[in-house]
Design a protein around this ligand. Structure first.
Ligand SMILES: [Ca+2]
Length: 262
């Protein structure tokens, strides 16, 4: 998480990072220490002790001087004399030689523990202007912040990739179901086709038989017709012969007609 993301996330919000003694200024540091600076280890101690106890592997330590102006991301640590516990806040852009602009919790209103042990909260995390009064020094996060930002970037890319894989998985499942359905339908169609093919074969065989029968009938009819024709031709021939044999010129009309039907 970058400093800006941290400010966006926590400005105006209460945070009891360590689940101890309600929402203190140190909760802001503890979360910043882990999420922005990238130190996985919780730093023990009251706010004023952080200057000494913050690990050198993560922080460069700079004592406060009259001329020093912190930069955004530096952690400002107040001395023990500041309320007995000190104070801690995260510097933002806008610090000058005379005033600090910080994101911090429990300032200006301080939390209080009630008689029954419960807590009345002070101010939430908020951007405030404070003076250098009783400021002991500053913790400047070392350059692993860039690496941490890169790591966070990789993590979010990984999340995006995981999301894409899940989406692809879902799509694959959907397509698998579609494939199975389609295949079932295709099998049904194939089965219907096979049945039709069988029906068609049967029909074709039946038709072939019928065509054969028809051909046979036609052949017989044709032969019969030829026979009939021959019979008729013979009658005509006979008639012509009979006409030749008789002197037809001497026959009366009705005799000629009668001759035709002999
Ligand atoms: Ca706390």
């Amino acid at each position: 998480m970058t400093l800006n993301e941290f400010v966006q996330r926590w400005n105006g919000q209460y945070d009891d990072f360590d689940n101890y003694a309600s929402t203190q200024c140190k909760d802001t540091f503890s979360r910043y220490n882990r999420d922005v600076v990238g130190n996985p280890n919780y730093v023990l101690g009251d706010a004023w002790e952080l200057y000494a106890k913050a690990p050198d592997s993560y922080y460069e330590k700079i004592r406060n001087t009259a001329s020093f102006i912190p930069r955004a991301g530096d952690v400002c640590v107040w001395d023990k004399s500041y309320g007995g516990y000190g104070h801690v806040a995260i510097c933002l852009d806008g610090c000058t030689a005379n005033s600090l602009r910080v994101l911090g919790q429990n300032y200006p209103v301080t939390s209080k523990q009630n008689a029954d042990g419960s807590w009345t909260k002070g101010s939430p995390n908020q951007i405030v202007t404070m003076s250098y009064n009783k400021v002991y020094g500053f913790l400047r996060p070392k350059e692993n912040m860039d690496l941490l930002a890169e790591l966070n970037n990789c993590k979010s890319n990984l999340t995006l990739n995981e999301k894409a894989v899940k989406e692809l998985d879902a799509k694959y499942t959907e397509l698998s179901i579609y494939y199975t359905d389609t295949r079932t339908q295709l099998e049904k169609v194939n089965k219907s086709y096979e049945e039709l093919d069988t029906d068609f074969d049967t029909y074709r065989e039946d038709s072939a038989d019928k065509i054969d029968e028809l051909g046979e009938t036609i052949k017989k009819n044709k032969e019969q017709a030829i026979l009939d024709l021959a019979t008729k031709q013979k009658k005509i021939d006979d008639l012509e012969q009979a006409i030749k044999d008789k002197d037809i010129s001497k026959l009366s009309f009705w005799q000629k007609v009668a001759l035709l039907f002999t």
